[in-house]
Design a protein around this ligand. Structure first.
Ligand code: AMP
Length: 488
């Protein structure tokens, strides 16, 4: 079922915005070290905080902290302290205010049946609504993340086994979740019924691995077994792997933005290599928006595969006209407008010799606030380009994501506030063109977007939200500030 896009001022600037990576392993003597390596390969999914929880002989071991994996797990003694041959890990990115230590995952709770740790990628869209009810019933929340709602629902469930409790809890939440959880010596993986976020199963010798993306299997030499299916729950213990499909099946709506920007290009998701998909998107972009020019220049790194596809299709030479400094994190990491501007300057520099006197096609994957494009175009013009034509390898991002990708409120989304002509003028280009939504689906191997059954979650482009936005409508109704905002 589809839900209409919320009005701009309702879209929840105070929502918890999380982009995360999860990893789990069962049955390996070096569990903690392998989890740290897996999370390192998933670092692009979140750089704000990281954590690992392991289990051995009835005891849980955990280390969580702000920063990236190397900051937290670069020290061998930390890894040694995380005992056991089973564990899960998480890296997190959130832009809501300060980093709260108590929000760092995996979250952990002592349940009647034993310890339970959980790592979540995605966003729940009715967490506030459930949380209010639970708080009214006396639940004491320790964090401000949506994920903690799951722990309370599991703890208060009357079902017998942990698995039944988990199913009952997950049956009440709405939104996107790919989970790696640990209950004593059982590793649990779950993907929401729409399959919005990725989760794969891998194998390393006799041990089983869960990871957000296949690049995290590659780093430890694990082989890819399969993607966890939408709505599938997988249990891994000393008896092996069991699987269940306990939820009502829903239309498959994997996040198409994972292919456009978010996932690592060397990952393969649901049988599609991310790099190849991006290149095909570039080919489609050139078909739709070709313009005579001297060079095709990617905005590195995010525009590189699409620019290669664009150059291949158009026959215009591909050149590295912008060089990226790799020792600066992603532009979005910086929380304020002023620093974001500074961040872009720190990150990219024009390769003057390549650009001077050229008609340049600049290719990037997406425009969000418009900050990056404006700075880059200024730089390319200052380097002496004769003309600058910006080509974007996705449709205009006109709607916020509520399922786990950090997009700002609609009021800050460049494409929600401006027409293509206005955007072109503000960015300062001679021409600007975006890939069409049908072109995006063609690049993904379909004939176009079927509005009755789109096959992907593309809400950021279309406003067609596959899972209802209960918290948002609730807030609209009662006009209250969210509980999370007041706590965060
Ligand atoms: P902006 O300056 O806000 O227009 O940012 C656009 C750039 O940010 C694009 O070049 C993308 O590569 C990158 N980007 C797009 N979406 C995200 C996101 N959710 N998180 C971090 N970076 C993003």
């Amino acid at each position: 079922m589809a839900y209409a896009s919320p009005p701009a001022n309702e879209s929840g600037a105070d929502k918890p915005r999380e982009e995360c990576g999860v990893f789990g392993i069962h049955g390996h003597a070096d569990a903690a070290a392998l989890i740290a390596l897996g999370l390192h390969a998933l670092q692009h999914r979140g750089q704000e905080a990281a954590g690992i929880v392991t289990f051995e002989d009835g005891r849980f071991f955990s280390h969580r902290g702000p920063g990236n994996i190397a900051d937290n797990f670069g020290d061998e003694s930390v890894i040694r302290g995380l005992q056991g041959n089973i564990g899960i890990g998480h890296n997190r990115y959130s832009t809501t205010g300060e980093t709260l230590a108590r929000n760092i995952q995996p979250l952990f709770a002592d349940l009647a049946s034993g310890g339970f740790a959980i790592a979540h990628n995605g966003n729940l869209t009715n967490a506030l609504t459930i949380r209010r009810k639970l708080v009214a019933d006396g639940c004491l929340f320790q964090s401000t993340t949506d994920t903690e709602v799951l722990i309370h629902l599991i703890a208060t469930s009357r079902a017998e086994s942990l698995v039944e409790r988990m199913v009952a809890a997950l049956g009440q939440v709405e939104g996107a979740y790919s989970l790696a959880a640990l209950h004593n010596d059982t590793l649990i993986g779950v993907r929401d019924p729409h399959g919005i976020r990725p989760l794969v199963l891998g194998r390393l010798e006799n041990s089983h691995v869960l990871a957000s993306e296949t690049c995290a299997l590659d780093i430890i030499g694990a082989s890819y077994v399969r993607d966890i299916a939408p709505g599938e729950m997988i249990l891994i213990d000393s008896d092996g792997v069991r699987t269940a499909h306990p939820f009502t099946p829903q239309p498959h709506r994997f996040c198409v933005f994972e292919y456009i920007y978010f996932a690592r290009p060397d990952s393969t998701i649901e049988g599609r290599n991310v790099y190849e998909s991006r290149k095909r998107i570039g080919i489609e972009l050139a078909r739709e928006t070709h313009i005579p020019a001297d060079i095709v220049v990617p905005v590195p790194d995010s525009g590189v595969p699409a620019a290669l596809g664009y150059a291949e299709q158009s026959g215009i030479p591909y050149e590295l006209g912008i060089i990226r400094n790799h020792y600066v994190g992603r532009t979005f990491i910086e929380p304020t407008e002023r620093i974001r501007h500074l961040g872009v300057k720190l990150k990219h520099n024009a390769n003057n010799e390549v650009i001077r006197d050229k008609r340049v096609v600049l290719v990037d994957d997406s425009i969000v606030r418009g900050t990056t494009s404006t700075k880059i175009v200024e730089m390319v013009r200052a380097a002496g380009a004769r003309s600058v034509h910006m080509r974007i390898a996705s449709p205009p991002t006109a709607n916020s994501c509520f399922y786990g990708v950090d997009t700002p409120d609609r009021s800050e989304l460049f494409a929600a506030q401006n027409t293509v002509e206005e955007m072109a003028r503000i960015i300062g280009v001679d021409s600007l063109a975006f890939l069409s939504i049908d072109g995006l689906y063609r690049a993904m191997g379909e004939t176009g977007r079927d509005p009755d059954s789109p096959g992907y979650c593309d809400a950021c482009f279309t406003g067609d939200y596959p899972v209802r936005l209960t918290d948002l409508s609730g807030r609209k109704a009662d006009g209250q500030l969210s509980f999370m905002t007041r706590l965060a």
